[in-house]
Design a protein around this ligand. Structure first.
Ligand SMILES: [Zn+2]
Length: 144
């Protein structure tokens, strides 16, 4: 069941602010490649948990600090979603969701789906990429 949000919706999306930590992610996204972080023991970490602060630099499963970026398949399934309504009441609604990557991690992302497509949990998705106003490219998932 979608949650309709009219105010403050953008806070649910990951901030698009490049820093030294996230630079590889955005550089790859600009080339159409989704990167996820993987520890030396093969555990995948969610890309949206990326932060240069705190314990997210360590693997949540084995606590290894040896974590590198790794190309993801780009395939995912839909876990949940929200409908973003323009604050001024005009324009088009957009949808964003929580997706489970084929590798296991969950991430928030925009959904690029036809407005008449009925979303459902488990819907097969494939990553695409869209430019943002700030010049970065971010993942956007559409039907597989
Ligand atoms: Zn690990």
């Amino acid at each position: 069941m979608p949650i309709h949000v009219t105010e403050g919706a953008t806070v649910l999306l990951p901030a698009v602010q490049r820093d030294d930590f996230s630079a590889p992610f955005f550089d790859a996204a600009a080339q159409g490649i989704l990167l996820v972080r993987r520890c030396e023991n093969g555990h995948f970490l969610a890309p949206s948990s990326g932060s240069s602060h705190g314990n997210s630099l360590r693997c949540h499963e084995c606590q290894s600090g040896r974590v590198d970026w790794h190309p993801a398949s780009g395939m995912a399934t839909l876990v949940s979603w929200i409908v973003l309504h323009p604050r001024d009441g005009g324009g088009e609604t957009r949808r964003a969701g929580l997706v489970e990557l084929e590798e296991g991690p969950w991430m928030y992302a925009l959904l690029d789906v036809p407005s008449d497509l009925e979303l459902r949990v488990g819907l097969a998705l494939r990553v695409g990429f869209v430019p943002t106003d700030g010049g970065e490219t971010i993942p956007s998932f559409g039907p597989a």
